[in-house]
Write a new protein. Structure first.
Length: 225
């Protein structure tokens, strides 16, 4: 069966001599792993650069229900991104968020249009951001909880369910703003406050979805600090 769908690239690994296996969250099929044949060959007419993290693609996929690994037969950019892959700070945030999403979305093996559209809209806004970039990953994790089924109305809910980390007064103020404000809000949050909030969020996701500690967190903190 041939299916046309849009998809958000999370990451890929090399497969064989010339192919890759890509993890993609698609609009029609949900989260899955897909093989792209011969993309690393010198004779390939298309660039592997299409599969950078957070790329939003139009895909043609051959689907066999008996197989876990489906094949992408054609692809092209759906919405070109201009800054995410060129800006050092945005690239570090993208690396961190795609690692987190690769774990969170494993429970989404079928279509979830609301979640897909939230993530794609967020990526487009992130690409265009000129202020508040350093807060994007915090807001994204706070906002996506609603679409994953364990939203909270007030920031205190973050602590009552895990009882591990509680922010200082400055952290409470920033966290409350991050929940209610749109992307790009400019907040005076120092390194200590941002680190505190991300630890709280990761504990929250670990509690609800067994999210392991992201390896890219160290890189992210180094860049933002």
């Amino acid at each position: 069966m041939v299916i046309k769908t849009n998809g958000i690239v999370l990451n890929y690994i090399k497969y064989g001599d010339t192919s890759i296996i890509v993890r993609i969250f698609t609009e029609e099929l949900g989260y899955g792993s897909f093989i792209v044949n011969s993309i690393r060959s010198q004779k390939s007419k298309k660039s592997i650069g299409h599969f950078q993290p957070f790329s939003i693609l139009e895909l043609v996929v051959y689907v066999k229900e008996s197989r876990d690994l489906q094949r992408i037969s054609d692809f092209k950019n759906h919405i070109p991104l201009h800054a995410i892959h060129q800006n050092f700070t945005k690239s570090a945030i993208t690396l961190f968020l795609t690692e987190v999403l690769s774990k969170l979305l494993q429970n989404e093996p079928s279509s979830n249009p609301d979640l897909y559209h939230f993530i794609s809209r967020s990526i487009i806004e992130f690409d265009a951001l000129s202020s508040g970039v350093e807060n994007f990953h915090l807001q994204f994790l706070l906002k996506i909880a609603t679409h994953l089924g364990f939203a909270f109305d007030e920031f205190e809910t973050l602590f009552t369910s895990i009882d591990k980390l509680v922010p200082h007064a400055d952290g409470e103020h920033v966290l409350e703003k991050l929940i209610i404000e749109p992307y790009g809000v400019s907040l005076k949050a120092n390194r200590t406050v941002r680190n505190e909030i991300i630890d709280i969020m990761l504990n929250y996701f670990q509690h609800h979805m067994n999210l392991p500690r992201p390896k890219s967190l160290t890189v992210l903190r180094s860049v933002l600090n």
